[in-house]
Write a protein that binds this ligand. Structure first.
Ligand code: ATP
Ligand code: LTN
Length: 336
């Protein structure tokens, strides 16, 4: 008899914090890939509000930004009928598994995390324990959904390695419990740099708004920000060491147009940086235009957003609950 082999779809999961208005870096480094991968795999995508409070947040703003980021996930084209789209704090299993995993993570491992070192410098007045164990909560997010693949920007690579270590360690003690996840880091756009200081990653919490392009910036603002982007004095569009500003603009242009670095260098041969910056801005404006337009519609429909969040929380709780249960039994908790 012939056996029919049905190949199981791979699972992906990723999250974004509602810690501000998402930037072009978040979009090119993560969100754009989420949309592509969601068409192919079983996807779960969350607004990581629990992670956001590792730095102080204004309550009203946090609430508003959580709705805005949820609307953005829909605006980039994620379909709540196909993917699980939810708010992290609506699914208590995340905090519960994080506690358990905390007890399987070493202090020394967390102490090596570069994001912790950076953020404890930039938020020196609030170096809280949540900021320290942030990667453990992130591991819980990923492992609860048995994700095979986690699409993130390059800055999250170290956190993904810890999630893998935690999964392997737990599986080693108790037998196969968690899928060991692989990072998915795009070739281009994985590390979009600040337009004002191209040695630093573009960040939504940059106090200088000229350093980042937000996904909701108007075409006029986007043009202005690119025109004032820091470059160098060579006046030659080519990808090379020591040309961080131009390399960054070329990377952004490449993500938006699909052109290679060589093709871009050829296109702008003999042209000045002024022309190049205008073309990069135009490409970004066209890339973000449909996202902004869809977003402006969705954000006004509060009932729809609520419905999406409720449905997402329901499905996510079911999936996460299964893994949490299995984990708690293995650890030896008396089940109710
Ligand atoms: P914050 O600045 O508040 O710490 P963040 O933007 O670094 O926030 P998230 O909002 O959680 O962090 O990031 C969501 C996704 O965007 C992650 O996958 C992250 O790797 C990616 N990302 C963030 N900044 C960049 C960047 N400059 N270039 C490429 N990807 C980025
Ligand atoms: N720490 C991530 C956001 C995040 C995440 C996750 C990403 C929280 N939980 C799970 C992937 C998978 C960041 O980008 N700052």
């Amino acid at each position: 008899m012939e056996t029919v082999q049905t190949e199981k779809k791979k699972k992906i999961l990723s999250c974004i914090q509602p810690s501000g208005i998402p930037t072009l870096g978040n979009y090119l480094g993560a969100l754009k890939n989420w949309k592509t991968l969601a068409d192919e795999f079983d996807g779960a995508f969350a607004v990581a509000d629990l992670h956001a409070i590792t730095v102080r947040q204004d309550p009203a703003k946090l609430r508003q930004q959580t709705s805005e980021v949820l609307a953005l996930l829909l605006a980039i084209g994620l379909d709540p009928e196909k993917s699980v789209i939810f708010v992290q704090s609506h699914v208590p299993a995340h905090a519960q598994l994080a506690w358990v995993l905390n007890c399987y993570t070493q202090f020394g491992e967390m102490n090596r995390m570069t994001q912790f070192k950076d953020k404890s410098t930039s938020h020196a007045d609030n170096v809280n324990v949540g900021l320290f164990s942030y990667p453990v909560l992130m591991a819980a997010d990923i492992l609860l959904y048995q994700a095979d693949l986690v699409p993130v920007g390059a800055d999250q690579k170290q956190h993904l390695e810890i999630a893998r270590d935690i999964a392997n360690r737990f599986n080693g003690i108790y037998g196969n419990t968690f899928t060991v996840p692989d990072p998915y880091i795009g070739k281009n756009g994985a590390r979009v740099m600040s337009l004002q200081d191209p040695s630093k990653k573009m960040s939504k919490s940059d106090p200088n708004p000229k350093g980042f392009v937000s996904v909701f910036d108007t075409p006029e603002v986007i043009m202005k920000k690119f025109k004032s982007a820091v470059t160098d004095s060579e006046a030659c569009v080519r990808f090379a060491e020591g040309k961080d500003g131009i390399n960054n603009l070329m990377g952004i242009y490449s993500c938006c147009t699909g052109l290679t670095m060589d093709e871009i260098a050829n296109q702008f041969e003999g042209k000045g940086y002024g022309d190049f910056k205008v073309e990069v801005a135009n490409a970004v404006i066209e890339e973000l235009r449909p996202v902004r337009e869809r977003y402006n519609q969705i954000i006004t429909d509060k009932a729809y957003l609520k419905e999406v969040a409720a449905k997402g929380a329901d499905t996510a709780s079911r999936i996460a609950g299964r893994t949490l249960n299995k984990t708690m039994k293995k650890v030896g908790f008396l089940m109710p």
